[in-house]
Ligand binder design. Structure first.
Ligand code: FAD
Length: 647
């Protein structure tokens, strides 16, 4: 029998980024005991890296802003493939979530009259991003940790134990979710979540959380790609855990390549250069010193963006009477434009383009508004951004695809399994607007905590963990110490490098069928080779073993991305097909739904994909848009109910 530390909680939140922490607060406020598990140090989640800000239509910088404008921008950014109910809840609730953070102690930058300052970002009609310099994510996490400590102090007063209701398990990786056997207590005879199995990274010892409710808040998948702004944690664990537990993923073909990552020196390639640089006046230029974005305003956005440099520059100070600069088009558009400039031979010396803030703002102002960017370039590239332009290019940044959830409760199709933040899918459609992730984390992190709490309070009986499932999870985790013994051994680092290279080259920013098919062949080869992955040494802090465990997840999610990318024969948002360059209205309401199907490879189960039609946009939300705009995305039949429709 496997030796394992066993613990019991009402709710287990996997992930201590913005989504996870907000879920913890909510579930605890409803009186439940909550474990929060994270594979990095507590406080070191990806959210900490968020720079530019948190989008919420508070209307502080422009009183014309409101939730309807934010909703419209989000849907446009996602090319109308968004789960519209999520986009609605997000736009309506984001301001309250930001103000609530202030009650927890957040210190946002202020306007001259003392309100929360809001900055411009791509695709947002008005300045909308609440921010703390370019270190907004850090403040979000700091504040929510502070709130958690204050809740623990309340618990101490009542029980004498700080950890009576919230306990943090840091540097602890969850490798498997457990479900009970379908039984009379389960709705429709479905298996329910019964626990989460993992190991302490330092000791390698196993840990089992027996719990009826799990909230996945594990973030993204960027480490499957070679050039990425994401950190080592982003190995798609939550996506893969959900798939293996029987939940479904949607929109996996939509991966966001942020237009501005560092391109040089090679050791830092991919590190993010915040969109806040362009929001604060920075402009993109090619080697001919031309502001090339004016050439790349796509048909669907014509009329909404300035067509001269003069108008674009006036917009920064008079947004009501001028159209915004195309430097702030949604990210997918800007990334494709940079790609085209480089391909056309007008790129910078190290294969990017120039981003110039030096000639646009006084040095003092740059250092004040963008302190992290100033230091990042000075320390890593020896470039003084107050004097010279930066070199930037696209980097894999965010995954729009994720666990399919109910918008209101954040529940997945598996009873007891909830998801929020970057690992959930639907909210951002085919492309996320900058700043909409931090607000997403707060809105849906809260809803997931609430959803899990309501689920637990209505349970009639607690699902049971079976010992055979625990033994199987332990055996799977230990497999890299005990390879098949046929003389062939695979190195996890080599497999990871091969995976990243293939995804980058063949399923990257510009895709075509023949290349995606080659990627799928490679993934097929890797799924066989992973059975022979071998690690040396012991379970005590062993990075090779950790990677071997994570590799399974990266392979599963990469297969979802590649299969869905091959199936979607159009270009939309973060998915660009060279062989199908246009958007196709027949694809607009189609979701590609991935599930894991039992195959003959238990290490990396097969991925199946189904096409599912999206629920039509609610009439009052449909009417928020002009018919002429919707006509660029929708079929005539879909628009028959619009009041402007001639039908
Ligand atoms: P995270 O904050 O990444 O947290 C994931 C958590 O899950 C971590 O604690 C991790 O340890 C844990 N975890 C993962 N797998 C496991 C496992 N198997 N077991 C246990 N724990 C696990 N968005 C904006 O809106 N505005 C911005 O300005 C902005 N700037 C950004 C800048 C950078 C450099 C980057 C990379 C992203 C930026 N984003 C921004 C995007 C945004 O930061 C992320 O989408 C968001 O923080 C994701 O939050 P999350 O709570 O979903 O996950």
């Amino acid at each position: 029998m496997t030796e394992v530390e066993r613990l019991n909680y009402d709710v287990v939140v996997i992930g201590a980024g913005g989504a996870g922490l907000r879920a913890v607060i909510e579930a605890r406020e409803r009186g439940f005991s909550v474990a929060v598990v994270c594979k990095s140090l507590f406080g070191k989640a990806h959210t900490v890296m968020a720079e530019g800000g948190c989008a919420a239509s508070m209307g502080n910088a422009n009183s014309n802003d409101n939730w309807q404008v934010h909703f419209r921008d989000t849907m446009r950014g996602g090319k109308f493939l968004n789960n519209w109910r999520m986009a609605e809840l997000h736009a309506r609730e984001a301001p309250d979530r930001v103000w609530e953070l202030e009650t927890y102690g957040a210190l946002f930058d202020r306007t001259a009259d003392g309100r929360i300052s809001q900055r411009n970002f791509g695709g947002h009609t008005y300045p909308r991003l609440a921010h703390v310099g370019d270190r907004t994510g850090l403040e979000l996490i700091r504040t929510m940790q502070q709130k958690i400590v204050s809740l623990q102090q309340e618990d101490f007063k009542e029980t004498g134990d700080y950890e009576a209701r919230i306990k943090v398990f840091a540097e602890c990786t969850i490798t498997e979710l457990l479900t009970d056997s379908p039984g009379p207590g389960a709705p429709e005879g479905q298996s329910r979540i019964s626990g989460a199995f993992g190991y302490w990274r330092e000791s390698g010892r196993f840990i089992l959380f027996e719990t009826p409710a799990v909230v996945l808040a594990t973030g993204g998948i960027g480490k499957s790609f070679k050039v990425t702004s994401n950190s080592w944690e982003y190995t798609g664990d939550g996506h893969a855990l959900a798939l293996r537990a029987g939940a479904k993923l949607i929109n996996m073909e939509f991966v966001q390549f942020h237009p501005t990552g560092m391109v040089w020196p090679p050791s830092v390639k991919g590190i993010l250069v915040t969109e806040g640089v362009r929001g604060d006046g920075g402009v993109l230029k090619n080697t001919e010193d031309k502001r090339f974005m004016f050439e790349y305003v796509p048909e669907v956005f014509k009329g909404q963006y300035a067509d001269s440099e003069e108008e674009a520059d006036r917009w920064y100070t008079d947004a009501d009477n001028n159209r915004r600069t195309p430097d702030l088009l949604p990210r997918d558009e800007v990334a494709r434009a940079i790609n085209s400039e480089v391909k056309a031979g007008r790129g910078s010396p190290h294969g990017g383009v120039f981003l110039d803030i030096a000639s646009r703002l006084p040095a003092e102002e740059i250092r004040k508004r963008l302190p992290s960017m100033y230091h990042q370039f000075k320390e890593l590239a020896d470039v003084d951004i107050t004097k010279e332009p930066m070199e930037v290019g696209p980097t894999c940044h965010y995954v729009m695809g994720g666990i399919e959830v109910d918008p209101d409760t954040a529940s997945s199709s598996v009873p007891g399994l909830f998801a929020a933040g970057e690992c959930s899918g639907g909210m951002h459609g085919s492309n996320r607007l900058g700043g909409n992730s931090l607000s997403d984390l707060l809105v849906f992190g809260r809803r997931a905590g609430l959803g899990a709490a309501s689920y637990v309070s209505e349970l009639k009986d607690r699902p049971k963990v079976s010992q055979s499932d625990v033994d199987a999870a332990a055996a799977m985790a230990l497999a890299p110490f005990d390879p098949p013994g046929d003389g062939v051994e695979e190195n996890p680092y080599s497999l990871h490098t091969e995976l990243q290279q293939s995804m980058n080259d063949l399923v990257g920013i510009i895709r075509k069928a023949e290349e995606i098919e080659r990627a799928l062949e490679k993934l097929g080869e890797l799924r066989e080779r992973i059975k022979r992955v071998t690690v040396e040494g012991h379970r005590q802090f062993n990075p090779g073993w950790h990677l071997a465990v994570d590799l399974r997840n990266m392979l599963m999610v990469s297969e979802c991305v590649a299969r869905a990318a091959l199936m979607r024969t159009e270009s939309r948002g973060g998915h660009t097909r060279d062989d199908h360059p246009g958007m196709d209205a027949q694809w607009r309401n189609k979701l590609l739904v991935c599930s894991a199907t039992p195959g003959d490879n238990p290490v990396v189960p097969e991925i199946g994909i189904e096409v599912k039609e999206q629920t039509p946009l609610r009439q009052d939300l449909l009417e928020l848009f002009e018919l002429s705009e919707l006509g660029k995305y929708y079929t005539d039949e879909e628009l028959a109910s619009h009041p402007g429709s001639p039908a």
